[in-house]
Structure formats: C-alpha cells, structure tokens
Ligand binder design. Sequence first.
Ligand SMILES: *[C@@H]1O[C@H](CO)[C@@H](O)[C@H](O)[C@H]1NC(C)=O
Ligand SMILES: *[C@@H]1O[C@H](CO)[C@@H](O)[C@H](O)[C@H]1NC(C)=O
Ligand SMILES: *[C@@H]1O[C@H](CO)[C@@H](O)[C@H](O)[C@H]1NC(C)=O
Ligand SMILES: *[C@@H]1O[C@H](CO)[C@@H](O)[C@H](O)[C@H]1NC(C)=O
Ligand SMILES: *[C@@H]1O[C@H](CO)[C@@H](O)[C@H](O)[C@H]1NC(C)=O
Ligand SMILES: *[C@@H]1O[C@H](CO)[C@@H](O)[C@H](O)[C@H]1NC(C)=O
Length: 410
Amino acid sequence: MVDKAEITPATWAVRGSFHSLVALLVASVVVAVLSLARNGSHFPPLVPNDAVSLRSATGATPSCDLFSGRWVYDNASYPLYEEKRCTFMSDQVACEKFGRRDLEYRHWRWRPHGCDIPRFNATWLLERLRNKRMVYVGDSLNRGQWVSMICLVESSIPPDLKWISYRHNHSLIAFNAVEYNATIEFYWAPMLVESNSDHPYNHRLPERIVRVQVIEKHAKVWSDADILVFNSYLWWLRPEIKVLWGSFGSADGIYKMVQVPRAYEMALNTWSDWLAVHINKSKTQVFFVSMSPTHDRAEDWGGLDGHNCYQETEPITREGYSGSGSKPELMQVVEAVIDRLRTRGFSVRILNITQLSEYRKDAHPSIYKRQWHPLSQEELADPTSYSDCFHWCLPGVSDVWNELLYNYIL
Ligand SMILES: *[C@@H]1O[C@H](CO)[C@@H](O)[C@H](O)[C@H]1NC(C)=O
Ligand SMILES: *[C@@H]1O[C@H](CO)[C@@H](O)[C@H](O)[C@H]1NC(C)=O
Ligand SMILES: *[C@@H]1O[C@H](CO)[C@@H](O)[C@H](O)[C@H]1NC(C)=O
Ligand SMILES: *[C@@H]1O[C@H](CO)[C@@H](O)[C@H](O)[C@H]1NC(C)=O
Ligand SMILES: *[C@@H]1O[C@H](CO)[C@@H](O)[C@H](O)[C@H]1NC(C)=O
Ligand SMILES: *[C@@H]1O[C@H](CO)[C@@H](O)[C@H](O)[C@H]1NC(C)=O
C-alpha cells in the first residue's frame, strides 16, 4: 500500500537539471555579492543562540510535554503556507489540487497541555542551518515531512536565492537556500537498512526483502550531516518479512522469514551501531520520528463498519485515543534501541508524533491525491476502497511535526 504513490522521475529530473543550471549561475553571483556584503552591514544579524531566552519569549518551558495536548481550531494562524506556492509540493499530499473541497484540516493548531509551541520562524532556522546540512532519511511519510519543511522555509527566501538540485542515484533530493548555504535534503531508505525497496520509484515489488545487517551504502551518504531526521515504520507493517544474509543476486545468500518485531530490531541495531561508530556526536543532532498512525478502520473511533478516513472532516477529541493502525510493540523496539544507544553515550531524540497524529483522522488525502493507476468501476463505486489513510495532506499535520522538531533544533 505504501508504495502506490510516487513522484515520476521524469518530472524531477527535468526540473533538477534546469535548476542546477540556474543554480550555478545564481550561486556564482551570490558568492560574489556575499563576499561584498560580509564586510558591510547588509547581512542579516545573527540570532541569539540562547535556547532558554527563545523558550521564555515564546511560552514553552522545558518541563512542558510537547507531545501531550489537544488540537484547537485556529484559522487565524493556520495554515502556515499555501499549498500551490510550494515548489516541492508532492501530488501524493496536495489534497486541494486533487479536488478536496473541505479544507478545514488546515486550520488546526497543536496545543500542548501547559504551553504553546514556539512559532515557526524560517529565518531563525536558516540562521541555525547556515553552512550546514540537514537530512531526512526514511520513507514517504518522512518525505512528506521534508516537503513540509521546504514549504515552511521557502516562503521566507527570495526566489532568486533558493534552488533545487537533483542528484543522480535518485535516492537523494536536496533543497538549498543559497544565501545561507543551508541544505535540506531527503534520502529515500524506507527500511533504513538495505532492502529491495531502495529504488526511489520502482519499489512496488510483490515480495519485500531486507538485509537487516547492511546500512553502509545508505549511511555513507548522510554520515556527515549536521542534523539527521530518521523514520521507518509503515514498511514493516506485516507479521513477518524475508531477511537476506548475503548480497542481492548472489547465489549463496541465505533467506529466512523472520517475525517483524525481531527483524525491525535487528535493522535498528545495525542503524544504531552505525551512529555510535561513525557519527560525530558533538557535531550532529539526531532525531527519530515515531510511528505515524493510519486511519483505515472507522470502527476504531466509533465510525461505521467498513469505512475509513474517507469523508472524515474533524479530529478525534477523545484524549488518549489510539487506533489499530499503531503497533506499540514496534514503538517499544525503537525506544529500547535508543535507550541502549544512550548508555553508549549517544543520544537520539524521539519526536513522539504518534499520539498527536492519532487524533487527526480528518487530515489524510483519502481519494484526493494523484492516482497511480486507472481506477476500476468497482473502485470508483466505492471510494473507501482506494482511500489513502496513511499519508497527510499539506499544509497539515506534518507541519506541526516540523514545528516540534524546530523547537528541539534551536
Ligand atoms: C474563522 O472561523 C470562524 C469561526 O468558524 C469564522 O467565523 C471566520 O469567518 C473564519 N475566518 C476566516 C478567515 O476564515
Ligand atoms: C524571525 O527571526 C528573525 C531573525 O532572528 C527576526 O528578525 C524576525 O523578526 C523573526 N520574525 C518573527 C515573526 O518573529
Ligand atoms: C557550505 O555548507 C557545506 C555543508 O553543507 C560545508 O561543507 C561548506 O563548507 C559550506 N561552504 C562554506 C563556504 O562555508
Ligand atoms: C550515488 O551516486 C554516486 C555517484 O554516482 C556514488 O558515488 C554514490 O555511492 C551513490 N550513492 C548511493 C547510495 O548509491
Ligand atoms: C566533531 O565535531 C566537533 C564540532 O564540530 C569538532 O570540533 C571535532 O573536531 C569533530 N571531531 C571529529 C573526530 O571529527
Ligand atoms: C510517546 O507517546 C506515547 C503516548 O503519549 C507514549 O505511550 C510513549 O511511551 C511515548 N514514547 C516515548 C519514546 O516517549
């Protein structure tokens, strides 16, 4: 199901090469301008890097649990940007473009109990990212969060000072704010370790195979990043999975079906060993985004049997609600692996977006996204049958994940 919807390589490649060309020109002009500006006073002032003053200025206190709270309707401050103004908007999450008429999902603000989350300030973030590289690594949910981040920062950069590049092995996409030499990238690795789903477009394969012990091919691409944001969950949602010891295509590889919680743990151990050995912990901030809940069964929230998120227009209000789309046993694996890593002196912050996203049955694309195959008569007659209840419309829930991330980055 996850692999249904992807961006076509052609679109990206064309846009990429055009932008790279423009970028080269822009970059050389900018470098010249910057070297002039540095000596003058035209440069934006550096922001205070005192997180405490930021917090007290904006109301959030370190003791407040940002992940526990409720959604409040706020059409004055939300959405934070316009869907059609965002360069990287993906057809997977552009719900208005694909016909959604009820747009209320854009107007909800996350209000933690006891504090407000600081307002997102793109300039501030870009100052923090100056001469730095931030990389999101994971699946299409993580890519949605990356798109959201680009949309959030893009609006504050003049059009001639931003560019988009496309890199050739297709797994990595980069956005660069030239004026800041700040790069925000997405790297496709849905299971973090190597798998037969690593191709960014052609990963709709009948059988999923994971090399749980191998991560280097991916990891060497992002090891030197300054900020890393990982996720990996949806691609593991099955009882068991085929694990390969050995290489793809080699005759002496050993294949074995393994229960998913165990295979997931092996993969995350490989990932955490890599972090502990190869990442400079005084340079790099590491985050792991917890599981993103799905809303495939309306019975979970008292809706009709056989329905799902299709035509849902309001969040769930029951505090602590948790549906069958969330697998706590996988969340516990993440927590255990990250706890063990902490005892080795390496800290990864979990962005615990699960509970707050559980409430948002209204915020998925359902049928309002690009369909990747022609719909059959049966499907058209029953929209729930092809509703996407796991990605999130933008602007929307992923923007809030980034606001929380922003709070920790600063
Ligand atoms: C915001 O919502 C309120 C209450 O639903 C409504 O009266 C008002 O017109 C809305 N404002 C905008 C700008 O949509
Ligand atoms: C955002 O941050 C910049 C740089 O610190 C500051 O100049 C600007 O006033 C801030 N904007 C808002 C709306 O707070
Ligand atoms: C630009 O940022 C990259 C990291 O993304 C860094 O390696 C490089 O040194 C920076 N360039 C300058 C001129 O500071
Ligand atoms: C991406 O492509 C570059 C150049 O072709 C290569 O050096 C690099 O190893 C590739 N990375 C991955 C993850 O395939
Ligand atoms: C790790 O990063 C810190 C801060 O950027 C730097 O001073 C130090 O030299 C780095 N250590 C290694 C081994 O690269
Ligand atoms: C995330 O939040 C959920 C629900 O609030 C909680 O059960 C879980 O333990 C939290 N996980 C972490 C790592 O904080």
